[in-house]
Structure formats: structure tokens, C-alpha cells
Design a protein around this ligand. Structure first.
Ligand SMILES: C[S@@+](CC[C@H](N)C(=O)[O-])C[C@H]1O[C@@H](n2cnc3c(N)ncnc32)[C@H](O)[C@@H]1O
Length: 204
């Protein structure tokens, strides 16, 4: 199996797949993440990685949230404006200049290469009591023993919900994982969402 580096992955047809849903609204985000986003973001700061067209973010900005959305593709369907900043960048590799009360990744981690680096990064970008929630399938990380990987995530303050396939944490931390990133496999086929996804490979 040939593992892809960051530039190759960004150009992969799996990541640039036009069939993926980029247009979720706040209600769709709430359904995918399992809590009421409109309530959670009202008057707070929110960073959404892999934000797609940005509809949910524009709705949150209308509610008085201070929102930043980041996506590899600049297919934003909403205008930037008061309370809404939209950035075209590849994750991991991008860094914010501030911390956020809420950080989310709605069906975006599936397409990232170094997923564990993204988890490390977001832990450092949360405000005190800030919350991180993302759709995440632990099967998309190949790092030897899955049991050990799960224990490692938990020991560093991440909760994993295997039924709903979500990873989350509360509060900031400086984190290191005992894994070396080797590269990404974009040939693994569809994941639980039915869309082709990327498996990230690590050496323990
Ligand atoms: C399934 S869509 C979800 C979009 C949005 N979160 C939603 O639920 O409507 C996944 C998004 O991840 C973005 N993406 C994939 N790889 C990325 C990367 N390396 N950096 C930033 N965004 C990326 C894609 O461009 C796409 O917009």
C-alpha cells in the first residue's frame, strides 16, 4: 500500500469528492454531533474545521456567535461578515491566532491525514472549559492495537463514543501522542457514512 503525504492527499479524489455533503445547517450539525448547537454557540466563540459551505456558521453568527470556519476548498455559500470569518486552508497545517469556546469537525476528520495531530492541535486551542466534538471513527486510525489507541486517547482527556462514532473533550491541554505519523491511505473505500474515506497510518 502506498501512503500519501499531505500535498498528495489534498489533491486526492476522495478528499475532493463532490458527492460529500458540504451544506449542513445548524440543525444538521446538532443531529450529527448530538447536542443543540444553536444553544451551545449563542454568544460564544466557535471554530469549525472542514466547514464546507458554511451555512451552519452563518446561522450561528446571526445568533451573536463569533465564528471561524476553515475548509480546504473555498466553496463557501455564505458571505463573510460580522462575526463570521471563513478561511481556505488545509488541516492539519493551519493554526488560529486565538482560542475558542467550541471547536467542531463535522464529518471532516474522515478526510484528514494526520488525524492525531489535529486532536493534539484542537486541545491547545480550547478556552478554559471549552468543548471539542467531532465525528470520528477509530477504525480510520491504523496504529497497531486499537485497544491501546483508545486507552491513549482516554488517558489524554478525550472521550470516544463508539456507537455514535464521536470524539470529544472539555478544556485545554498540551498533548503528545506516542505515535509517529506515516501517511494516509485513500484507497480504503467507504467508511460508516457510506462515502470513501481516508485511513491514517501510524507507528506506535
Ligand atoms: C463531508 S464535508 C462536511 C462539510 C461540513 N462540515 C458539513 O457538515 O456540511 C467534509 C469537508 O472537509 C473538507 N476537507 C477535507 N480535507 C480537508 C483538509 N485537509 N483541510 C480542510 N478541510 C478539508 C472538504 O473540503 C469538505 O468540505
Amino acid at each position: 500500500m502506498r501512503l500519501l503525504g499531505p500535498a498528495e492527499l489534498d489533491a486526492s479524489s476522495v478528499v475532493a469528492n463532490n458527492a460529500m455533503n458540504r451544506g449542513r445547517r445548524l440543525r444538521g450539525y446538532s443531529r450529527e454531533l448530538g447536542f443543540d448547537l444553536a444553544e451551545a454557540v449563542r454568544g460564544r466563540s466557535w471554530l469549525d474545521l472542514c466547514c464546507g459551505e458554511g451555512h451552519a456558521l452563518a446561522e450561528a453568527a446571526m445568533l451573536g456567535s463569533d465564528v471561524t470556519g476553515v475548509d480546504l476548498v473555498g466553496h463557501f455559500a455564505v458571505p463573510q461578515g460580522k462575526g463570521l470569518e471563513l478561511v481556505v486552508a488545509s488541516i492539519p497545517g493551519w493554526r488560529p491566532e486565538r482560542r475558542y469556546d467550541l471547536i467542531t469537525v463535522v464529518h471532516g476528520l474522515h478526510y484528514l491525514g494526520d488525524k492525531l495531530k489535529t486532536l493534539t492541535d484542537v486541545a491547545g486551542w480550547l478556552t478554559e472549559n471549552g468543548r471539542f466534538v467531532a465525528n470520528f471513527d477509530i477504525a480510520s486510525v491504523e496504529a497497531g492495537s486499537r485497544r491501546k489507541l483508545l486507552a491513549t486517547l482516554r488517558s489524554r482527556g478525550f472521550a470516544y463514543d463508539p456507537r455514535n462514532k464521536r470524539v470529544s473533550r472539555t478544556g485545554p491541554a498540551t498533548i503528545e501522542f506516542p505515535y509517529e505519523y506515516l501517511g494516509a491511505d485513500d484507497t480504503a473505500g467507504p467508511n460508516y457514512t457510506g462515502q470513501p474515506a481516508v485511513v491514517s497510518h501510524y507507528r506506535a
